[in-house]
Design a protein around this ligand. Structure first.
Ligand code: ZN
Length: 492
């Protein structure tokens, strides 16, 4: 039997517990902390609604964390599904499981293999309280962002050697958190009060994970940073440099090749574009609050479309810059081209030329995976594609466009004892008349194999970021997030 939808009142954290009190909002949901996309699974029993059907729990309690993670993960997913006009699949079967109290520490991670978002609790002696990752929108929305991006572009997280993809993943998490925070009326008021509309002034949204940053400052950095210090601020001046020219780790103020640190370049560019778009609406006569709402909605669509048109493996961040220009051209008639190009230039994220793309003759739009495979056999010209390239995913959006992702998996030897899988990917998008307007071919070549070898070497040295699956005479290494500590040998 289908559970009927009803409105309920929930208390949740619209930003971060260090900056903002929890608020009550009305949400549409079934009267449990689960739906067909997301469910909360905690060590303690999941909270039931009160006699009025509401979830009004006290901040700081396990029950509040359960409600908060559920509400924020749903809100984040909703931002991107609305922006794209279609359901976003997860990169796995079934629902996304939230573990609000996974372990102790100042951390959180998404793990595709376990279909889960996992949040940590760390005791901060200076603040005199437990810092719960599940209590901050910035943290919960960031992790949900990983799951959303993984659903749209599974190659970015799936294979070793995808260069700057881990940094783009971190950036996407932060961009998701900022766009989701800006859905809240109180947060919009606060940002307007702080900035007067000039979004390059310090504000509560561009500054990320305030409380967890302090937990890290007090616990791991000996309290050396100021009390308003944050790990990442989208209002930054970091310019792109090749990560191989940077130190692997550095103090937070300095750019490093470590993905969280390196992600700040793209997040900074995103915030610059958002500011520019907001200025554009203000020049058209909108007041700062309305301009912020308008630019938020443009940026949600622009980012989501960028990802949809962007690569499934990512060597350089500038490839996503290229996709952003393309998304603006197709969906906004290049309205924001000046702002985007100026920003990418200023950040050294100038797009490179794209590889040769396949072309397709006109024909019927495929409606399922086998029709998509047939389209490849009968309508494609251009570079010779591998015979085993098969359609893996197909979706339609509310504009009548159809997107297809094809993959061909290659088992690649890393050394005599270990191997891993890499995928060649083709992304095709066609309009409602069946005309292909976008085709991106990403082969597995010597460069991608060499990049995979280098990344695996680093993972083996630090014993992180992989799962080893025993095989016939050699192990297959499967990529998992670095934040997933204590790698375990998978069974069979
Ligand atoms: Zn992350």
């Amino acid at each position: 039997m289908k559970v009927s939808q009803q409105q309920m009142l929930v208390r949740y954290q619209p930003q971060d517990p260090l900056t903002t009190p929890a608020v009550e909002v009305r949400v549409d949901s079934a009267p449990t902390l689960s739906n067909d996309r997301i469910s909360v699974q905690d060590r303690v029993e999941t909270v039931k609604p009160d006699s009025q059907g509401n979830f009004l729990c006290q901040p700081g309690t396990a029950e509040f964390h359960q409600v908060n993670t559920f509400v924020i993960a749903n809100r984040t997913l909703n931002v991107f599904e609305k922006a794209l006009g279609h359901k976003i699949p997860w990169a796995f079967q079934g629902d996304l499981k939230i573990h609000p109290h996974y372990d102790e520490g100042f951390n959180a991670f998404y793990l595709r293999q376990d279909h889960s978002l996992n949040f940590f609790d760390g005791f901060d002696k200076t603040l005199g309280k437990t810092v719960a990752g599940s209590e901050s929108l910035d943290v919960v929305s960031h992790e949900t962002g990983h799951a959303i991006l993984d659903g749209l572009r599974p190659g970015l997280m799936g294979w070793f050697g995808s260069g700057e993809a881990p940094a783009f993943h971190e950036s996407f998490g932060d961009m998701a958190a900022m766009l989701t925070a800006l859905q809240d009326d109180g947060v919009l008021d606060r940002v307007c009060a702080e900035t007067g509309g000039d979004l390059h002034k310090p504000n509560v949204v561009s500054r990320l994970a305030e409380e967890m940053s302090q937990g890290i400052n007090h616990t791991y950095l000996q309290g050396t940073r100021p009390e308003n210090w944050v790990m990442r601020d989208a209002n930054n001046d970091f310019l792109y440099l090749k990560p191989e020219s940077l130190p692997e780790n550095a103090p937070p103020e300095v750019l490093a090749s470590e993905p969280h640190s390196f992600s700040r370049i793209f997040t900074g560019a995103f915030w610059d574009v958002l500011s520019g778009v907001s200025d554009h609406f203000r020049q058209q006569g909108q007041d700062p609050r309305q301009a912020l709402i308008s630019s938020r909605d443009v940026m949600a669509r622009l980012l989501a479309r960028t990802v949809e048109l962007g690569p499934n493996r990512l060597n350089r961040l500038s490839q996503m810059g290229q996709a952003m220009i393309e998304a603006d051209r197709r969906y906004f008639q290049s309205e924001y081209a000046d702002i985007i190009e100026k920003t990418l230039q200023a950040r050294n994220l100038v797009p490179q030329s794209s590889p040769k793309s396949p072309t397709f003759s006109r024909g019927q739009t495929p409606t399922n995976l086998s029709e998509a495979d047939r389209m490849l056999e009968t309508r494609q010209t251009g570079p010779k594609l591998p015979d085993d390239l098969k359609a893996q995913a197909l979706w339609k959006n509310d504009l009548g466009e159809t997107f297809i992702r094809y993959d061909a998996i290659r088992e690649v030897d890393l050394d005599p004892k270990t191997c891993t899988d890499l995928a060649a990917s083709l992304t095709v998008a066609m309009d409602d008349q069946g005309k292909v307007f976008h085709a991106l071919w990403e082969p597995v070549d010597e460069t991608s194999i060499e990049l995979a070898r280098q990344e695996v070497d680093g993972c083996l040295k630090s014993d992180r970021g992989y799962i080893a699956q025993p095989g016939q005479g050699r192990e297959k290494l499967i990529k998992v997030p670095i934040a997933y500590a204590n790698p375990v040998k998978a069974k069979g």
